[in-house]
Design a binder for this molecule. Sequence first.
Ligand code: VG1
Ligand code: CO
Length: 543
Amino acid sequence: MERVTVQTAPIDGQKPGTSGLRKKTRVFMGPHYLENFIQSIWIGIGGVAGKNLVLGGDGRYFNTNAAQVILRMAAASGAAKVIVGQGALLSTPAASHVIRQRKTDGGIIMSASHNPGGIEEDFGVKFNMPNGGPAPEEVTNRMLEATKSLTSYDILEAQDVDLGTIGTQMLGEMEVEVIDPVTEYVALMETLFDFDKLRRLIASGFRIRFDAMHAITGPYATAILEEALGAPKGTVVNAVPSPDFGGGHPDPNPIWAHELMSTMMAADAPDFGAASDGDGDRNMIVGRGIYVTPSDSLAVLAANAHLAPGYAAGLAGVARSMPTSRALDRVAEARGLACYETPTGWKFFGNLLDDGRITLCGEESAGTGSDHVREKDGLWAVLLWLSILAETGKSVSDLLTAHWAEYGRNYYSRHDYEAVDAVKAEELMAGIRSRLGSLPGQTFEGLTVVEADEFSYDDPVDGSRSEGQGLRIAFEGGARAVFRLSGTGTVGATLRVYLEDVEADPARQHADPQEALATIIAAADAIADIKGKTGRDAPDVRT
Ligand code: VG1
Ligand code: CO
């Protein structure tokens, strides 16, 4: 086996976004593209020589080919050992757990998460730190700098490693350990939740439907819900990971998980429905006849987590990303918990979790998690919900109604305008930005602006500052609109408009969110001139 140094040149646009580098699969498959970025990761983390890493992905198209390249490059640069999920598979939360559990120096996750997969769709790569969490901006900036001056990369000339067989083998001087991707994760879940109690809930006739959306959570959900907890076979649907997610869009929201939605809205619906995304870190929760918005789910979990053994001691504090609804803040206030507001992306929760300031955190984009790993965790959220339902004996709908009556309801919706011309999207943002100072006091659709700013975050643990994290417009009476551009898309720009209003009167807590938010939606449009600037009449997705 020979180590070769391949001459290359910098490739434009290899800037990690909200969650790693995401591009069209064909771009990743292009000459030197993956290799350049991997070599830049090695540089960004200060070299890989002598290190132990974890490697796995969500099984999308190009997953195993990329894994072989990454292994050959790790070996060529002197890595001591790489732990790989069998078949090069690992869900994002499972990868985070293995990184921590095995005390490694970090890991590479191959995924574009909720983006569709396939040769014509998306692929992605991200690096997680020894704490199991996504690399912070300081590290991803070093990677980006490296991509701009790269002249060569090192790779071993070797045959493919057998990733189908569990056990240890050598690749040159580097050890490759292939592990079962599910076992260690299931063991972790058993330490947090009372599996006996969940088994009894299911044995009593409580019916679950879990839609794995042809993505990585299939094997995990089958092992836990069907095998460990005794749910009938077929509880987990679309359970076999496929390279193109069955041609679907592995994004657990009412639009893309419409099959599950119609099952849960039917007369004979199961008691509990859930779905997860491409890499298993997101979740969608649905009760019989009722969809739970991710922001509400986060608030409900925070209010009730102590009912599960792993959280019986209570929570140290909580956090949410800035655009996430403030339903969580209401729970924190009532419970006397510290509540942090971070920029979008899980990497910003890492320090708060490591420092013991928070136990639980989440985002409006269907991600919730806790200090058990350093990623959001879809199946974990499902098990926590089931634990709460088992303990309270309530239905999802009753639990939510009681929660709103106690804390108020934060009506919430996100409107996405996808594949907008990038220049126009920037212009729209710049237009609002330039008026932030003059908006307070102005009235739109009868709503007066009380505050307008651009969110920046000072990390209380390491003192780092992150600027340009979204434009916030607060209206009189507690309503809010937030504008930001997505950092995970691969085509043009995606404009996200986050809309929120709070309703304290239980008699008015059961309206359709789009109707309840109609005035704020109109005011946000009036402020941003979405139609005029983008030419779009309506959002592509409303969650
Ligand atoms: C989106 C979500 C964000 C999430 C990120 C990664 O980012 O808004 O909350 O952390 O995806 O999630 P953006 O920049 O497109 O808004 V995952 O499950 O796709 O890795
Ligand atoms: Co994801």
